[in-house]
Design a binder for this molecule. Structure first.
Ligand SMILES: [Zn+2]
Ligand SMILES: [Zn+2]
Length: 312
């Protein structure tokens, strides 16, 4: 039994996690890069508004890039590769993993390892991004919220892929995509810039597309994803039974922007289920895409909610 396992068993559900302050910082280079990725879009936003505002071309390009990379994360990284909610042919796994890698959220192997660890230790010592890390008092929760949203990116999450994602390490295609992560990030900014340049016929159009469909789009999706880690364990409703200490919530205002991921309490109650929302009113666009894949004959063995337990 590891130290984390023992601390997790002793945890009372309200105190700060034992050793909450014992966070190993990441190396300087990674911390610098992460800080740049977090801060740069705000300067870009200012520059974009100051330059010319946003054009219709920028908005369409930003929307397309947001949907492609966002669904890559939710359907690919999360529901397919982390939880095995369905089976997909190799080409589809590769396409989804490539699209998701372009969201600047870490390489596919690390993303899956960190997220599996989050499920293994949800809101207990060992969870890489729990808002309850510093205790359940209001001060602790505020500090925890900052940690769960962003702060954890500057710490060594200690989610070794050899332990949490051995299946991905055994897949040469996934290892190759993980190695290509920096190049895919560059492509994620270059593609909309080139499209903006070509469509508008001017370099200036390429620059505004770079700002809005590149930097600002990346930042919006990042904050939506991070909000699932932070807000969706702190505010919202908890209609479903989950494991002890698990405080995941459903937060409807984020449902559309997060492609259904903010039905997070539903997800934690049945992590391998392909649909996180329950019933017709809980819109879950990721589940709709998986249903389309199934209809096309691409997705197999889809784990839909048990109709006897919950309405589909
Ligand atoms: Zn969670
Ligand atoms: Zn999950």
């Amino acid at each position: 039994m590891t130290i984390t396992d023992r601390r997790s068993i002793d945890y009372d559900g309200a105190s700060p996690f034992p050793g909450a302050a014992e966070l190993a910082p990441v190396g300087r280079v990674r911390a610098g890069l992460t800080a740049a990725i977090v801060v740069l879009p705000f300067f870009a936003l200012g520059a974009g508004i100051w330059l010319s505002g946003v054009t219709a071309v920028d908005l369409v390009l930003a929307g397309v890039c947001y949907v492609v990379t966002g669904l890559g994360v939710t359907v690919g990284f999360h529901r397919l590769l982390t939880h095995g909610s369905f089976r997909a042919p190799r080409w589809l796994r590769v396409m989804l993993a490539v699209a998701a890698s372009m969201s600047f959220q870490g390489n596919v192997v690390d993303w899956v390892a960190v997220h599996r660890r989050h499920h293994a230790f949800t809101d207990r010592p060992g969870d890489p991004h729990s808002p309850y890390r510093y205790g359940a008092g209001w001060r602790g929760q505020l500090r925890g919220l900052a940690h769960a949203h962003l702060g954890w990116l500057f710490t060594d999450a200690q989610s070794p892929p050899a332990r949490y994602a051995p299946d991905l390490l055994a897949d040469p295609a996934m290892v190759r995509i993980a190695r290509a992560f920096p190049a895919l990030c560059a492509l994620s900014l270059l593609l909309p810039s080139a499209a903006g340049w070509l469509i508008s016929g001017s370099l200036y159009g390429g620059l505004t597309a770079f700002i809005w469909a590149g930097l600002v789009r990346v930042a919006v999706l990042q904050h939506v994803t991070w909000s699932v880690n932070s807000l969706c364990h702190l505010v919202g409703s908890r209609p479903h039974a989950t494991r002890r200490h698990d405080r995941s919530t459903n937060l409807w205002p984020l449902a559309l922007a997060s492609f259904g991921e903010s039905w997070h309490n539903g997800h934690h109650s049945e992590p391998t289920c392909a649909r996180h929302g329950r019933g017709r009113l809980q819109i879950d666009l990721s589940a709709n895409l998986i249903a389309l894949f199934e209809w096309l004959g691409w997705a197999k063995d889809v784990r839909w909610p048990d109709p006897k337990r919950t309405p589909r």
